[in-house]
Design a protein around this ligand. Structure first.
Ligand code: DGL
Length: 288
């Protein structure tokens, strides 16, 4: 199975794009809903929780895990890739969402292998933006990667700490949601001296659910980038370039869902989002 991890149900926006782009594979989705949101947690705690989730997915037989969660990708992925995997799981792979998103922000076409220090930096210039949780923005992961791949692009990053809770509460449309969406966008524009970026990356799994409301508040000249699709197309390309890893993946079209909180609540939310039946199971993640 391909393991897909998120702090909660928002990562189903990424899974849904994966199912459209790569439907043949088997998937196991894990939501750490009991400990979500991760967005305001410290780097140490996000690291710890993410590692527990990844190890559980490995135990279930996932040779490849995608961290759909931006906060986990920003805070824990480097540690997992550089320290944990080489020592404990050298044959398994964990991928995140920051790198493929930055490639898309930089205008690097899918299929172009972008390796820092080896790929000529993108010629793109102008202003782009990333919106995310406090932890994602504080980590500067997007800034660090973008400076390597497209040093001429200017980046404005804005934390929108209330957007994920809005989605969790089902408040995705209406005056209440608009108030907080406007507030986040205004703060972003304060940093960019009023200029609208050419692209805004929705750097949090929950934000695509706010797209209809956001589209009304952002000028048409600004592209709103939904991470699910770009992650899915770049994962398809990664699998083509890593046939040794691709061969390990089951192709029976299986779908399994697990959550650390109430499986009925998760299944109900998830069915609406995925448009498919979900029977989630409950699990308890334990410190390792
Ligand atoms: N899944 C998280 C992310 O993509 C958002 C929700 C949270 O704060 O846990 O950053």
């Amino acid at each position: 199975m391909i393991g897909v991890f998120d702090s909660g149900f928002g990562g189903l926006t990424v899974l849904s794009a994966l199912l459209r782009e790569l439907p043949a594979y088997d998937y196991l989705y894990l939501a750490d809903s009991a400990r979500a949101p991760y967005g305001a947690r410290s780097a140490e705690v996000v690291n710890e929780f993410t590692l527990e989730a990844v190890e559980w997915l490995f135990d279930q037989g996932c040779p490849l895990v995608v961290l759909a969660c931006n906060t986990a990708s920003a805070r824990a992925l480097r540690n997992i890739q550089q320290l944990h995997l080489p020592l404990r799981q050298p044959d398994r792979r964990v991928l995140g969402v920051v790198r493929p998103s930055v490639e898309a922000l930089a205008g690097i076409p899918v299929g172009t292998v972008a390796i820092p220090d080896r790929t000529p930096p993108s010629e793109s210039e102008g202003l782009v933006a990333v919106l995310g949780t406090e932890a994602t923005i504080a980590s500067d992961s997007y800034g660090i990667e973008l400076r390597k791949l497209a040093p001429r692009l200017r980046l404005v990053q804005q934390a929108c700490p209330l957007w994920a809770p809005l989605v969790e509460a089902g408040e995705i449309e209406g005056p209440g949601a608009d108030y907080f969406l406007r507030q986040g966008l205004e703060r972003m524009r304060e940093t960019s001296a009023g200029q609208w970026p050419s692209r805004i990356l929705l750097g949090c799994t929950h934000y695509p659910l706010l797209l209809p409301a956001l589209r009304r508040l952002v000028p048409q000249t600004t592209e709103l980038m939904d991470q699910g699709e770009l992650v899915a197309s770049r994962l398809a390309d990664w699998l083509l370039r890593h046939p040794d890893q691709e061969r390990k993946l089951g192709r029976g079209g299986a779908r399994r869902f697990a959550t650390t909180d109430d499986p009925a609540w998760f299944s109900e939310r998830g069915e609406k989002l995925l448009g498919a039946d979900i029977k989630a199971e409950r699990l308890r993640l334990r410190p390792r």
